[in-house]
Write a protein that binds this ligand. Sequence first.
Ligand code: NAD
Length: 242
Amino acid sequence: MVLITAAASGIGLAAATRLSREGARLALSDLRLDALEARAAELALPRDQLICSATDVRDVRQIEAFVAQAAGAFGRIDVLVNNAGIGRRGQVAGLADEDWRQVMDVTLDSVFYGARAALPHLTRTRGNIVNIASISGLAGDGGNAAYNAAKGAVVNLTRAMAVDHGPDGVRVNAVCPGLTVTPLTRKMRETPAVMDQFEERIPLARAGEADEIAAAIAFLASDEASYVTGVSLAVDGGLTAW
Ligand code: NAD
């Protein structure tokens, strides 16, 4: 069974949709329970194979409660998808404490807390973790310092956990999406000048679809990736190939 955080929208929802079609039982969480339940009702899953939980990933106790609820209901955890992440634009010189803290809490600390809570279960099932990082964790974007720092840390935490937990049979990987069509990027995608710049730099000359990120998540989570651990897979139309 698979846990996914921030699953009411975008990449988390696409991963839930893809994995439910492959027959996975799902425990989904999001800050917005109403939206999550509405989307989850459209999944091809019987109610006894699905849990929806209101979880604010800024709160370690809520993350721990979500993991415990899923493990209690299904008796096992096979995969944790740490998908929650937010950005607050700004350079270091102008970044407010509160913005830095929010980005770290949601984007980095939640990965640590989720993994720590799930690892005892994943060790029993020889399961795996897929962290949703970003190509912003592989380079500096310019004017996005907190997000770059948090996603860069997720990439290296992925490597650290792969090294530490490989001997227990637990794989840990990350997906690094490039520009992807989700509500998060709507404003950016509606600005033609920004999109022109992006499309010039993306070899495949378009933004990615959430389904294309979900395909990479499904691969890393599956036994098809049984010898893959510690990687951060860029799914970005070639943007980082430059
Ligand atoms: P989205 O805006 O479509 O969805 C984000 C979800 O996170 C929402 O359902 C929201 O309710 C939930 N959320 C926000 N704060 C939360 C909190 N404190 N606790 C629990 N849930 C919370 O976003 P998306 O584009 O699908 O992004 C998902 C992940 O992919 C993020 O980690 C993001 O950084 C990463 N990513 C996205 C892109 C992109 O271009 N869309 C690119 C690279 C990386």
